[in-house]
Design a binder for this molecule. Structure first.
Ligand code: ADE
Length: 221
């Protein structure tokens, strides 16, 4: 998969997307990631990317010209253009899976009060919000979006099974996990997990997944 991120703050994306699994996905050739500064597509001496809103009001609006120039220079037939915005559709695991099947994602990061609406009407294929809160900068949202999508690409997770077992993949949160020591500060690991009885362990995990979901995310049931 190829991913191009267009932002005023490429450095915000560089470290989180260069480390760990996403870094290894690039070394393994599963991901081709390019970070771009939107100012590189401005034509004026001061590299202006924003202007005051028509109709008045606070804040600044991102201008359409550099955004159209950037996306039109990167886009091919195989591209999907995604805008990170708190006004977008709320991102979830099924969408992460859908986007992981695309060949080329161009991710545009919003900033300031908003973006000229002609960009949304004529350039963007999907508007995505990572949750019901407002960040200072869409580049932070883009990091979250790319991480969730890229970890689903074939060969990126060490153990293919682990994505299938993830919370949300089966509609429930995951059952609790434990590792050695079997007793820590007097707190013991549930006996069933030490029993070696696979059917009982599976039944326990299912019950616990339901209990965790009821407690933390009753909206998923
Ligand atoms: N930019 C600012 N807040 C955001 C959010 N919640 N999701 C996506 N992009 C954003």
């Amino acid at each position: 998969m190829r991913v191009d991120i267009i932002t005023l703050f490429p450095e915000v994306c560089r470290v989180p997307l260069g480390e760990s699994m996403i870094g290894r996905a690039q070394e393994a050739g599963a991901l081709d990631l390019y970070l771009h500064n939107l100012r590189d597509w401005t034509g004026d001496r001061h590299h202006v990317v924003d202007d005051a809103p028509f109709g008045g009001g606070p804040g600044m609006v991102m201008k359409p010209e550099p955004i159209f120039a950037a996306i039109e220079s990167l886009r091919t037939e195989a591209s999907t253009v995604v805008l990170m915005t708190p006004q977008g559709r709320r991102f979830d695991q099924p969408q992460a899976r859908e986007f992981s099947a695309r060949k080329h994602l161009i991710i545009l990061c919003g900033h300031y009060e908003g973006i000229d609406h002609r960009v949304i009407e004529h350039l963007v294929d999907a508007e995505i919000s990572i949750g019901d809160y407002v960040l200072t900068n869409g580049a932070i949202a883009a990091v979250v979006f790319v991480d969730a999508v890229v970890r689903l690409l074939p060969g990126v997770l060490g153990d293919e099974q682990s994505a299938a077992d993830d919370s949300f993949a089966g509609g429930l949160l995951e059952a609790p996990h434990y590792t050695r020591p079997a007793e820590f500060r007097g707190w013991k690991v549930p006996d069933v997990l030490l029993s070696g009885h696979h059917a009982e362990i599976a039944a326990w995990r299912k019950r616990e997944a339901e209990r965790r979901t009821r407690e933390n995310r009753p909206d998923l049931l």
